[in-house]
Every structure is written in structure tokens, then in C-alpha cells.
Design a binder for this molecule. Structure first.
Ligand SMILES: O=C(O)c1cc(=O)[nH]c(=O)n1[C@@H]1O[C@H](COP(=O)(O)O)[C@@H](O)[C@H]1O
Length: 224
């Protein structure tokens, strides 16, 4: 069975990203490249990482007017990422245009409420302090817009899966039982996220900051 773990290679250093990917490649299902990597290495860096042979999740969390997001995705088309993120809060037209602009084989997933936020953070941006309701609302919007799925925390995944059985769901903010949460606020274990119905798990620092990333990935895989 292919591993549901996508390792988040959050580094600006191409050689470090390559080295970690090579070390963990037998214990993960794919690699995630985000803003930090993309700002430093651009499309060329993504192509070099793709050559390693694992599926690439390009996590740029696009959020702008529909035309700008669609043009940005058109510019990324040659990369043919397996997964691409946009922000659900960009609204229906943006989500529709993002999906239309993406290559046929790319799953477009909409970030709902970042796992680094909690109810107080919602209040501070003028949104009702109810993470569950906010995620469900944005999941409905994402589904109606025709994108492939959403990103949410492990706290909401079971309800999201029940409401959208065929959706593709990405769960970050997962931590092995003993690990530090760092800047993440809505955290569950990898096992709990998978049991709740996650399609894939995004795991960064628990693997990349470990003394032995390969062993860390193995240990997490053994709990699934
Ligand atoms: O879209 C994401 O991947 C994402 C969404 C979200 O709500 N929270 C979140 O942490 N992420 C990403 O998931 C990764 C989590 O990394 P760690 O906290 O180190 O495991 C980072 O690359 C984040 O950018």
C-alpha cells in the first residue's frame, strides 16, 4: 500500500530538500514543497525535486482575484504537480477558475482554516469563533466549486468525510503522541487523522528535524 504520508520539505535549500527526500523516500508517499522552498528555488527547483520520482504536492496556498490565481496556475502547468493548494476564502469564482486552470491530473485542494489557528484567532479576524462550523462552511463551498477536496485539521476530518464521502482530504498539523506542537494549535496524532478519514497526512518537522529522519518516518508509518 502507498504511504499516506507526504513529508513537508520546508527549507529554502535545494540540496537539503533533496537529501531528506532521498533518505525518507521508502517510507513516504510523496513530498510537499511550500512557499519557503518555492520562493528560493522556483519552478526549476520543483522540477529537480520531481526527478526524485515521488509525487509532488505544490503547496502555494494561492489566494487572489480569480484572474490572477488562474494565470498563476497556468504558469505552473508544466510542473504537473499531483496536488496544488488554494485558499477556500478566495471564494467560489476563484476556486472554479483555479480548478479550470489546473492540469487534468492535478488535484486542487482548498485550505479551509489553517491548523495554526484556533477559535480566538477566528474572532480576531471577525469570524465566529467556531472552527468546526467554519471548516464545514468552507468545505461546502469547495465542493460546490468543483475542486477535489480540502485541507483541514484532524479535529474536523471525520465530519468533513461524512459530509463529502468522495472528497480528497489533506490533514496537516499531525504530531506523534509525544511530539512538540510548535506553532500548530489544532493537532491530532497521525493515526487519529487517518482513522477520521484523511486521504493524506502532511508531516514536516517531526520527520525533517529528527536526528534520523528515515527512522522518524518509519516510526510514524508503523503507527498507521
Ligand atoms: O496546506 C498545508 O499543507 C497546511 C495547511 C494548514 O492548515 N496547516 C499546515 O501546517 N500546513 C502545512 O503543513 C506543514 C506542517 O508542517 P509541520 O508542522 O512541520 O508538520 C507546513 O508545511 C504547513 O505549511
Amino acid at each position: 500500500m502507498t504511504s499516506p504520508i507526504y513529508v513537508a520539505l520546508d527549507t529554502p535549500e535545494l540540496e537539503r530538500a533533496k537529501a531528506i527526500a532521498q533518505r525518507v523516500r521508502n517510507h513516504v508517499g510523496g513530498i510537499k514543497l511550500g512557499l519557503e522552498f518555492f520562493m528560493a528555488n522556483g519552478s526549476h527547483g520543483v522540477q529537480e525535486m520531481a526527478a526524485i520520482g515521488l509525487p509532488v504536492f505544490l503547496d502555494l496556498k494561492l489566494h487572489d482575484i480569480p484572474n490572477t490565481v488562474a494565470k498563476a496556475i497556468q504558469a505552473l502547468r508544466p510542473l504537473e504537480p499531483a496536488i496544488l493548494t488554494v485558499h477556500a476564502a478566495g471564494g467560489r469564482a476563484m476556486l472554479e477558475d483555479a480548478k479550470a486552470a489546473a492540469p487534468a491530473g492535478t488535484r486542487v485542494v482548498a485550505v479551509t482554516m489553517l491548523t495554526s489557528l484556533d477559535d480566538r484567532d477566528l474572532s480576531s479576524i471577525g469570524v465566529a469563533p467556531d472552527p468546526h462550523a467554519q471548516v464545514m462552511r468552507l468545505a461546502d463551498l469547495a465542493r460546490a466549486s468543483g475542486v477535489d477536496g480540502i485541507v483541514c485539521s484532524g479535529e474536523e476530518i471525520a465530519a468533513v468525510r461524512a459530509a463529502w464521502p468522495e472528497g480528497f482530504f489533506v490533514v496537516p498539523g499531525v504530531r506523534p503522541a509525544s511530539g512538540p506542537a510548535g506553532d500548530q494549535k489544532r493537532v491530532v496524532t497521525p493515526r487519529a487523522a487517518l482513522d477520521g478519514g484523511a486521504s493524506i497526512l502532511v508531516i514536516g518537522r517531526p520527520i525533517t528535524q529528527a536526528e534520523d529522519p528515515d527512522q522518524a518516518a518509519r516510526n510514524i508509518a508503523a503507527t498507521l
